[in-house]
Design a binder for this molecule. Structure first.
Ligand code: SAM
Length: 215
């Protein structure tokens, strides 16, 4: 099994502390976090109340209290015990949180069709193509119906702002993103159907949330 940077980097107490602290403390980071939560709400509207959701990778638990607060039953899973330890602290005593399970996305320790929905945020764009296919197939196997996944894409409006930033010397020019169609093809190749696409912001973000189901 591949050892790609995103798999290794977070298995470190220092990095987990940094992610949980600095990552979401600036105003800009908080704004982006809020946008993601608001977009997620739109996809969650398709789930039945009380549905069970596996959040992989749960990281430091960005969505545990949020989803359980909306009435969903939540399971956090991640390869990094260090990241999950932070998540565990946040949901201690929450009876809609069914637990945390350490796992590798390519070989999930969950039974077929064991949850209503699989949630995966800030994960797939970090994976090498083969790993991404394996992970998507595993997520589809474990879910009874829904998958909510996010992915970056080449948003021409965002690229425009980014280019201006580069010209005036702020920002690094950013990463090369796949087109929306390329992302859709990868997801469909793993045997999933895309029901709805929710851009995080039509003009200012190159992130979208996809509500998918099994074909
Ligand atoms: C950018 S963080 C995203 C965490 C969370 N979803 C969020 O939005 O805050 C990426 C996470 O992916 C986890 N990860 C990387 N490779 C993994 C794998 N093969 N299986 C499970 N988790 C993995 C890392 O440990 C890390 O917690």
């Amino acid at each position: 099994m591949d050892k790609y940077p995103a798999k290794m980097r977070y298995q470190d107490v220092g990095y987990a502390g940094h992610y949980d602290g600095a990552r979401y403390q600036t105003r800009w980071a908080q704004f982006k976090n809020k946008q993601t939560h608001q977009t997620l709400m739109k996809a969650l509207a398709f789930l039945k109340p009380g549905s069970t959701i596996i959040d992989l990778p749960c990281g430091t638990g960005r969505f545990g209290a949020f989803l359980s607060g909306l009435g969903f039953r939540w399971i956090g899973s991640d390869i990094s015990a260090q990241m999950m330890a932070k998540s565990q602290e946040k949901v201690k005593g929450n009876d809609r949180v069914l637990g945390h399970i350490r796992s590798d996305a390519e070989i999930l320790p969950f039974r077929d069709k064991s949850v209503d929905c699989f949630l995966s945020i800030r994960f797939l764009p970090h994976l090498p193509p083969d790993v991404k296919q394996n992970a998507l197939k595993e997520m589809a196997r474990v879910s009874r119906q829904w998958l909510i996944i996010d992915h970056t894409y080449r948003n021409p409006y965002k690229a425009f702002w980014r280019d201006i930033g580069t010209k005036i010397g702020v920002g690094s020019g950013g990463k090369k993103r796949p087109t929306k169609e390329e992302v859709f093809q990868e997801i469909e190749r793993a045997g999933l159907r895309i029901h709805r696409v929710f851009p995080v912001s039509r003009f200012f973000s190159d992130n979208m949330l996809l509500l998918c189901s099994k074909v």
